[in-house]
Write a protein that binds this ligand. Structure first.
Ligand SMILES: [Zn+2]
Length: 275
């Protein structure tokens, strides 16, 4: 199958100073590291693109060879406070995936250790005005592979309707909570009117586009490895081939297998990421 992704897609979560005790899954990159990573992207010749350009490329439009799309999952407050000004100063567009029922709430789906505040509806509107694209991450971070048909429709359609109303504009893309998707979930996202959806490791066409996970343990070196065009294939192969797993692990160190919280009942933790 021809890879559906016309560009590398980076997946961030939070950008802030959060202790590893509160953030055992390493989802928060410090503002200084985030700035260094974005500067490295530009210095290495990567060309950050908008969500609209990415979608056009899915339809066949051409993108620069080193095009990259920067995304954030969950809608953490620090993305507005720390990441947005850095992105703006460097002229880097991005997409923010928010939870329609948890705007202004707290991240509670990983247990109560984090409890980190989420951007409010007004803050999300403000970020959109500043140029950040807003995408959907469901209503409340439910695992879409574990809900019934009615709930699946709610998590996709109602989320899109609520965000469209909030923003006064179309919401075009979806990011699967935990990166978890199956055929049913992908079909629900397509039926709800989204034009593409992002997962993490398991590619499945335009409604299951894989992304490169960047987390607290990444250094400029490991990010460089992850941005290599062959990384996604190496990462996939490494799940099945021990020798490849060792090689990728040697290259990435702890950034390879940062602990990944999975929804209850999830199988392979590499398939179901925390997105
Ligand atoms: Zn998430």
């Amino acid at each position: 199958m021809r890879p559906p992704a016309p560009a590398r897609v980076l997946m961030y979560h939070g950008v802030d100073h959060v202790s590893r005790e509160r953030d055992p899954h390493g989802m928060f990159v410090t503002p200084a590291n985030f700035r260094a990573q974005m500067e490295q992207l530009l210095e290495a010749g990567f060309v950050p693109v908008t969500e609209a350009a990415y979608l056009a490329a899915l339809g066949g439009a051409r993108l620069p060879r080193k095009a990259v799309l920067v995304t954030f999952d969950d809608g953490y407050q620090g993305v507005g406070e720390h990441a947005a000004p850095i992105l703006e100063s460097l002229g880097i567009p991005s997409v923010l995936y928010v939870l329609a029922d948890l705007l202004g709430g707290r991240a509670d789906w990983l247990g109560d250790r984090l409890g980190y505040p989420l951007l409010s509806a007004g803050e999300v509107q403000g970020l959109r005005t500043q140029g950040m694209a807003i995408g959907a991450h469901g209503l409340d971070h439910a695992d879409l592979t574990a809900v019934d048909d009615a709930e699946l429709r709610r998590q996709t359609r109602e989320t899109r309707a609520a965000l469209t109303e909030l923003l006064g504009a179309d919401v075009s893309t979806f990011a699967f909570p935990y990166g978890a998707h199956d055929r049913r979930a992908r079909e629900a996202v397509a039926a709800a009117g989204y034009r593409a959806a992002f997962s993490v490791h398991r590619p499945a066409g335009r409604f299951g586009i894989q992304r490169v996970d960047v987390n607290a343990t990444d250094t400029l070196r490991t990010l460089r490895v992850k941005l290599h065009g062959l990384y996604p294939a190496a990462r996939r192969t490494s799940r099945h081939v021990p020798r490849a797993r060792r090689l990728v692990h040697d290259l990435l160190g702890s950034a390879y297998d940062a602990p990944e919280p999975a929804p209850a009942g999830a199988g392979d933790p590499l398939e179901v990421n925390r997105s």
